[in-house]
Design a protein around this ligand. Sequence first.
Ligand code: FAQ
Length: 320
Amino acid sequence: MNNLNFETIFQSKIDEETKIEPKDWMPEAYRKTLIRQISQHAHSEIVGMLPEGNWITRAPSLRRKLILLAKVQDEAGHGLYLYSAAETLGADRDDLVQQLLTGKAKYSSIFNYPTLNWADIGAIGWLVDGAAIMNQVMLTRTSYGPYARAMVRICKEESFHQRQGYEIMIAMAKGSPEQKAMAQDSLNRWWWPSLMMFGPNDSDSTHSDQALKWKIKRKSNDELRQQFVDVTVPQAEYLGLTVPDPDLRWNEERGHYDFGEINWDEFWSVVKGNGPCNRQRLQARVKAYEDGAWVRDAATAYAEKKEQRKLAPEATAKAA
Ligand code: FAQ
């Protein structure tokens, strides 16, 4: 069969909603797009542990500490499933990690903002996990099987994350005037960066058209952003907090909220490495990688020893 035939079979599978599996033929560009998106997603989960990890030792009660610890661990797990999903496409995990550590790979812009007070942990769960779920529920129907299946489990855990964040926001917003002011301050700082998580407007999104044709993405950046605004504004109202957007209003005709223009200069500056915490985040990852070198060395030495024993059991027993 020539490539044209393979391509026809591939596209008909996509059209019929049959998942593409690792051993199936796929266009090289499809594979590359998936490796790019899945690895960026994995890096986001791993870097995304840092802003919240910052508050584990300062959580206001044992209950909050346990919950936060579990949430941050979940994110590490999500990163690992996603690196595994990228490996099924032939990517080498160490290459992907090196791309992150050398600043070549992207990860979500949101994790380059600082967590200044405890209410930020509530705002991250509510808004950042809320935005992540909006995007990831769509990805449970993505055309690549291992990515879609990873997303099902990740989404279950993300819903718990979103609810724990909203519960913190309820406690803060219904607490003392000082606590309510902290909740408002964190909404002010996290609102716009959360909207940026969905990526550039559709007109400026380089990958969307093709990703939608291949059903890697099932909804566009702007569609998901709108869905997020529509769901989240009533939640802010319930908390008695004000969304920091003077242009936000319900549009009866469209059946959606209209909202103001995102500061795209800020978005691109953060994506290019110049956000408030980009350097700090990468330094933390490089340090973690270097500190973990002995674990990788020990695991490699152990695997080699086991392999040798399998190949020449008597010789290794004598040598020992
Ligand atoms: N930040 O053509 P598009 C989480 C880049 S997980 C940085 O529209 P695409 C869990 C984009 O890569 C959050 N860069 O791109 C959690 C591309 O650059 P490239 C992460 C961004 O891929 C919660 C260029 O702009 N979720 O939060 C961003 O079709 C709490 C042009 O953009 C995922 O990764 C951005 N926000 O659509 C963890 C979900 N947006 O690669 C801890 C999977 C765009 O050409 C605590 N990813 N760029 O150099 C996706 O769905 C898509 O990749 C989009 C972007 C929607 C993010």
